[in-house]
Design a binder for this molecule. Structure first.
Ligand code: NAP
Length: 284
C-alpha cells in the first residue's frame, strides 16, 4: 500500500488562509497589525532565502514585517542592543533571529535576550523550559510545525516509540520534549550514539534532524514507521534516504514540501498569537 504523504505544503497553505482571516478580524477589532521583526546577521545566501520566505509568508497573511540586516562583523553587544530595541518596540509582536549567526557572536546569549512574549520562534532557554514542563510557551518553530503536521494527519503518538536523531537546541531537543509531552516513549540519538541503525529500526515514529544528506539509511527503517525528515539539502535530498520507503512505511514527509513549510507556518501562527495576547492584555 502506498505510504501516506504528510503534505506540509498544502497544510501550510490552508492554514495561511485561516491565519489571514484571523489577522483581518484582529485588526477589524482595532488591534495593531501583527509585525514580525527578522534579524539576519551576515551574508549567508541560504539564511537570506529563509528570512525572505518568512517575510513573504507574513505578507500573504496580512501581517507586517521588519527586516533588519546586520554585517558579518557584528559583535554580540551590537546584536544584543538591536534585540533590546525590538523588545521595547510596542509595534513588534515577534522577533526572529535567523540561525546560525557568525561564529564570533554568542548565539545563546542573543537568543536568551529575546523577550519571552516575543519569542515566537521558540528559541529562548526559558521558553524551552516552560514548553518542556508543558506550561504555555511558544514552541521552537520546526518541531512545533512537525507536531501540527502529525496532529493534522491523526498520527497516533501515545505509547509509540519515537526516535529523534539530532539533539540541537532548536530542533532535536524540543522535538523530543514535545513528543514526550504527547505521551510517546522517546529515544534521542546524536553523533556519539553507538547503535544508531538498531535504534532507528525500533522507531514507530522517526524524526531525522542531523543535517547530513541521507545519513539515515532506508534499510534501517522498519515497515509501517512514520518518517519525518527535517533535513533539506540541494537537489531535494533530506537527512533520510527514501529509496523504497514509499510503499513500506505508513507515512512520510516529502523533501521539499514537508517540514519546511510547516516551520514557517508555526512561526507566523505564533506571531499572531503574540499579537492576540498583547491585545487581550490591553483589554483587561
Ligand atoms: P545541527 O545543529 O547541526 O544538529 C545536528 C544534530 O545531528 C546534532 O545533535 C548532532 O549530534 C547530530 N548528528 C550529527 N551527525 C550525526 C551522526 N552521524 N549520527 C547521529 N547524530 C548525528 O542541526 P539542526 O539545526 O538541528 O538541523 C538539523 C537538520 O534539520 C538540518 O538538515 C537542517 O537543515 C534541518 N532544518 C530544517 C528546518 C526546516 O525549516 N525545515 C529548520 C531547521 C533545521 P551532536 O549533538 O552529538 O553533535
Amino acid at each position: 500500500m502506498p505510504s501516506l504523504i504528510l503534505d506540509g505544503k498544502s497544510l501550510a497553505q490552508s492554514r495561511e488562509a485561516m491565519l489571514k482571516k484571523s489577522v483581518d478580524k484582529l485588526m477589524a477589532a482595532g488591534a495593531c497589525q501583527p509585525v514580525l521583526a527578522t534579524l539576519l546577521v551576515g551574508d549567508d545566501p541560504s539564511s537570506a532565502t529563509y528570512v525572505q520566505m518568512k517575510v513573504n509568508a507574513c505578507a500573504r497573511v496580512g501581517m507586517g514585517s521588519r527586516k533588519i540586516e546586520l554585517p558579518a562583523s557584528t559583535t554580540t553587544e551590537e546584536l544584543l542592543a538591536q534585540i533590546d530595541q525590538l523588545n521595547r518596540d510596542p509595534d513588534v509582536s515577534g522577533i526572529l533571529l535567523q540561525h546560525p549567526v557568525p561564529a564570533q557572536i554568542d548565539e545563546r546569549a542573543c537568543f536568551d535576550a529575546i523577550a519571552l512574549e516575543k519569542d515566537v520562534d521558540g528559541v529562548t532557554t526559558e521558553g524551552f523550559g516552560r514548553m518542556a514542563m508543558a506550561e504555555p510557551a511558544y514552541g521552537s518553530a520546526t518541531p512545533a510545525g512537525i507536531m501540527t503536521l502529525l496532529r493534522h494527519y491523526d498520527i497516533e503518538l501515545e505509547g509509540k516509540h519515537a526516535v529523534v536523531i539530532g539533539r540541537s537546541p532548536i530542533l532535536g531537543k524540543p522535538m523530543a520534549a514535545m513528543l514526550l509531552n504527547a505521551n510517546a516513549t522517546v529515544t534521542i540519538c546524536h553523533s556519539r550514539t553507538r547503535n544508531l541503525s538498531e535504534l532507528v529500526g525500533q522507531a514507530d515514529i522517526l524524526v531525522g534532524a542531523v543535517g547530513q544528506p541521507e545519513l539515515i539509511r532506508a534499510d534501517w527503517i522498519r515497515d509501517g514507521a512514520v518518517v519525518i525528515d527535517a533535513g533539506y539539502h540541494p537537489g531535494g535530498i533530506g537527512d533520510i534516504e527514501k529509496t523504497g520507503l514509499e510503499n513500506r512505511v505508513s507515512a512520510l514527509t516529502p523533501v521539499p514540501g514537508g517540514v519546511g513549510p510547516m516551520t514557517i507556518n508555526a512561526l507566523i501562527s505564533q506571531t499572531l498569537d503574540s499579537a492576540r495576547a498583547k491585545r487581550a492584555a490591553k483589554n483587561r
